[in-house]
Design a protein around this ligand. Structure first.
Ligand code: SF4
Length: 368
């Protein structure tokens, strides 16, 4: 935990804040009052917390802040999807996305500035990794989205599918999950929180023992090592069989179904033969497969297959008893394919694609 993070209340758990209140000579119940202001009432400054004494407001504001981040831009789409650009204290910029599906309101949050994994279909990995996000910077993405909802709406789901590999920023992600899940925090049920990974073996193993009922989604995207290592470089080290074996271990420990995400890319991983190989790989594992045609990203020249190819792929999996869901591309109307908003913004400002602003990126495949 760095010095910057310690100064933000959105990094704190109830017991952290209780300890702080006691150390500042305040009754312990002040902690719950403050958390209620932040997570239920949307307060962004101590001065808005009207049941705190003016003296305490001044004292705590001298040492801590409520929020570290600010919303810079919100881009909307006809489907009700909204893309938020968030400014971080060190001038980096990240993205998060609000998705609406009837009463299901989901915040898709980022976990790193940039990404080191360099997947060959994702703009988030284009420029490499800058740093991990702090717990506050993760939690505040959901809070910003919550504060912009319509009065009749309620934030119901969180997916860790934005910029970055969540399990490479393990401690901050798990702390953020606990704050999002807590009754005194955002109050989102663990079963409505999904952590998506490209396959960090140690992280999956640690997660299995956290006692959290969150959903695990593994970005598989291929039926064998040859294809997977081509589009996900980290697979060369991990190996697809090792990854699926770890998924089996995870299920044995948690008894929670796993979702496998599978982006269909024309000419790469979308043939009937690929579907048959995939059924052999996942044989006997209780799981769901979320299939999504790839979003075109200019830099990679990856294209989605034809409708006929998509249907053949899905029906082949189903014939072998796998549970398949074909997802829609919800982000395309706001250029939510990875990095496209970043590229537009760079063009507008005339800045180069380097420096602090380079990390306005998002892996928004919108797999929900
Ligand atoms: S798909 Fe995920 S892990 Fe891969 S480069 Fe993009 S953000 Fe990183």
């Amino acid at each position: 935990m760095d010095e910057t993070e310690i100064q933000s209340i959105t990094n704190m758990t109830l017991s952290d804040l209780e300890a702080l209140c006691i150390s500042m000579g305040e009754p312990v119940y002040r902690a719950k009052q403050m958390l209620f202001w932040i997570y239920d009432k949307g307060a962004t400054a101590f001065g808005q917390m009207s049941n705190l004494s003016k003296n305490f407001q001044k004292q705590i504001a001298g040492q801590y802040q409520v929020f570290q981040t600010k919303v810079s831009t919100i881009t909307q789409t006809a489907y009700g999807t909204e893309k938020y650009l968030i400014h971080l204290p060190d001038e980096n910029v990240i993205e998060c996305v609000l998705l609406r599906e009837g009463k299901k309101i989901t915040a898709c949050v980022s976990t790193q500035v940039g990404c080191a994994m360099a997947c060959q279909f994702c703009a988030s990995g284009l420029l490499g990794m800058e740093r991990d996000l702090t717990t506050s910077e993760i939690v505040e993405q959901a809070l910003h989205i919550k504060s912009h909802l319509l009065p009749e709406e309620r934030l119901t789901n969180i997916v860790f599918m934005g910029i970055g590999e969540p399990l490479m920023n393990y401690d901050n992600v798990i702390r953020a999950v606990r704050i999002m899940n807590a009754e005194w925090g955002l109050g989102i049920g663990a079963r409505h929180i999904t952590i998506s990974t490209v396959g960090v073996i140690d992280g999956i193993r640690r997660l299995a023992h956290e006692g959290l009922q969150v959903n695990l989604a593994i970005s598989l995207h291929a039926p064998n090592d040859i294809i997977r290592s081509e589009i996900i470089p980290s697979n060369k080290k991990t190996g697809i069989k090792n990854l699926v074996a770890t998924a089996r271990e995870y299920f044995e420990i948690t008894r929670r179904d796993i979702s496998f995400e599978y982006l269909l890319i024309e000419g790469v991983n979308a043939s009937k033969h690929d579907a048959e190989s995939l059924t052999r790989l996942l044989k006997g594992l209780q799981c769901n497969i979320n299939v999504l045609p790839v979003n075109p990203v200019e830099e990679f020249h990856r294209r989605p297959p034809s409708q006929e190819t998509i249907e053949t792929f899905c029906s082949t999996l189903e014939k072998h008893g796998l549970v398949v869901t074909l997802r829609k591309k919800k982000g395309s109307h706001i250029n939510a394919a990875c990095g496209q908003l970043r590229l537009q913004r760079e063009n507008i400002s005339g800045r180069k694609l380097y420096g602090k602003a380079k990390n306005i990126l998002l892996n928004t495949w919108v797999i929900l």
